[in-house]
Write a protein that binds this ligand. Structure first.
Ligand code: NAP
Length: 223
């Protein structure tokens, strides 16, 4: 698959590199330093190149990985994204990265979908600290994988998201429609709190486990 990266920093740089190593063609874009994009592409291997946001937007899927305050600018530079799968790991954070500026009654992902009514937005990768991404990818063949929740309203785009999440070494967990980003975005801040504020370290990924429940409890659940 061809994947355009809109925002090639901590998240976009690492995820683009992982996608290229996993066999996809990647266009890194949107940095104030074109040399940084070229170096990223060189390090990611022969399937990666540097380009403009407009070039990245020509790929069948794009990853939006810019600060919330830069989203308007990068989308303007990207141009039309009609019919495209737009994976977004961008969280609607304030300038100081201390709080969500949209929450509870909407979400950054839904606000993004309103800005891009003809694209298919899937919220994905926003619940993983950038620091853990290479470790998860390196461990992808070694036993149980960490979970990664994603949500969206367009079935085919969600299949693309699930594939890329799996390619990155995670176990994709479909959380439902895009409005569920109202829950996944605050959850991303919980992960960040554990990773950066509570001493666990940013090499943190999460998993959900299932356990037996009694047949009576199962019946009550389905009533
Ligand atoms: N970092 C994480 O662990 C993490 C985890 C979950 C979600 N997120 C979300 O993912 C998104 C990306 O986060 P990130 O940590 O990858 O951000 P980042 O490292 O700051 O990367 C942002 C990218 O935007 C580019 N950019 C281009 N023009 C810019 C301008 N005028 N001002 C600022 N940046 C400009 C930066 O380019 P330069 O090369 O010029 O800096 C960089 O490539 C954010 O919405 C964040 O909330 C991050």
């Amino acid at each position: 698959m061809r994947i355009g990266i809109l925002g090639s920093g901590l998240m976009g740089g690492k995820l683009g590199t992982i996608f290229a190593r996993a066999g996809h063609e990647v266009v890194f874009s949107y940095s104030r330093d074109p040399k940084k994009l070229a170096a990223l592409a060189r390090a990611a291997g022969r399937r990666a190149k540097a380009g403009t946001p407009a070039e990245a937007a020509r790929c069948e899927a794009v990853l939006l990985a810019a600060h919330w305050l830069r989203v308007g600018d990068v989308l303007r530079q990207a141009g039309a994204l009609a019919g495209k799968t737009v994976l977004s790991c961008s969280l609607p954070m304030d300038a100081g990265d201390t709080r969500l500026t949209i929450a509870h009654t909407s979400s950054g992902a839904e606000a993004l979908a309103k800005k891009l009514p003809r694209a298919h937005v899937v919220a994905a990768f926003n619940t993983a600290p950038s620091e853990v991404l290479f470790g998860v990818y390196a461990a992808r063949r070694r036993g149980a994988r960490p979970s990664l929740v994603y949500c969206g309203d367009h079935a085919a785009s969600k299949r693309i998201a699930a594939r890329l999440i799996r390619d990155a070494g995670f176990d994709p967990l479909d959380a439902g429609p895009l409005r569920i980003a109202r829950y996944t975005e605050p959850f991303a801040l919980l992960v960040a709190q554990l990773a950066y504020e509570r001493g666990a370290g940013p090499e943190l990924a999460y998993g959900f486990s299932r356990y037996e429940i009694s047949p009576a409890a199962r019946r009550r659940r389905s009533e």
